[in-house]
Design a binder for this molecule. Structure first.
Ligand code: HEM
Length: 229
């Protein structure tokens, strides 16, 4: 039995030595969390959304704004993958991680319950515009956003979801946090594809991709902040 087979799958992605390119992306992302957000975080919390989720005071209005804006981002991401400007994006069609339709269901449900669903606001619109432009000129940098946006939602996103559901949604779990199939398997399939695509990249390409993580955090944080507005 090889070491790879006895190793617990999650162990490979919790820091230490990077074995594939996804590990490198993860290491960079984890460092950009605050200590309050994640154990592996290295940043100091300043803004409210950087504090411990337990201490958050989300509002329903704010959460609706978040859902609308994050939907604009997923809509755009999923349109880019459907009509790829670069062949490598085609690998990421129908991964099972897609969120656009799920969010549409959630917003429909919230609307039916009589909640006022707002128009998209500048954080979501600005990120979507940035993604569209980037996807047409720099596939390596674009893939960094693809990774961060989908994986953030399955990690921190679910912690936030629990808190928000308890506080303001009568513990109803939104479709946004439900996946068809085993999530760990879907994530692993995408990690494998990301590693495969990045095998053809030069070190320079990889570094450009990793360098984009900070921009992804900056945009995404603006959208998360809407929950607390
Ligand atoms: C992973 C929390 C925001 C990207 C994690 C993990 C936690 C966490 C606890 C570790 C999960 C594990 O044990 O492996 C949070 C909280 C946030 C936040 C509370 C509050 C706003 C973000 C943002 C991004 C991001 C803004 C990027 C746009 C990621 C990525 C991972 C991760 C890529 C790795 C996921 C994986 O390996 O499966 N986050 N996060 N997070 N987060 Fe965040």
């Amino acid at each position: 039995v090889s070491a790879a087979m006895t190793e617990k799958p999650w162990k490979r992605y919790t820091g230490g030595e990077a074995k594939g390119f996804v590990d490198e992306m993860r290491l960079v992302a984890m460092k950009l969390h605050t200590r309050q957000q994640a154990q592996e975080g290295e940043m100091e919390a300043k803004a409210p959304e950087e504090q411990r989720v337990e201490e958050w005071e989300p509002t329903l209005d704010g959460y609706l704004k978040f859902l609308v804006d994050i939907k604009v981002v997923y809509d755009t991401l999923e349109q880019i993958i459907e009509k790829p400007s670069f062949p490598s994006y085609g690998e990421f069609r129908n991964t099972g991680l897609e969120r656009s339709e799920k969010l549409a269901k959630d917003l429909k449900w919230l609307e039916e319950k009589g909640y006022g669903v707002p128009e998209a606001s500048s954080p979501g619109v600005a990120y979507a515009k940035y993604l569209k432009q980037l996807s047409e000129k720099d596939p390596q940098a674009f893939i960094c956003h693809f990774y961060n946006i989908y994986f953030a939602n399955t990690a921190g996103g679910r912690i936030i979801a629990k808190k928000v559901a308890e506080k303001i949604l009568d513990s109803r779990e939104l479709e946004f946090y439900k996946w068809d199939g085993e999530l760990s398997q879907l994530l692993q399939n995408v990690r494998d594809k990301l590693n495969k695509v990045a095998e053809n990249w030069s070190r320079e390409d990889k570094n450009r991709c990793l360098g984009e993580t900070e921009i992804s955090f900056k945009f995404y944080r603006e959208i998360v902040r809407l929950m607390l507005s």
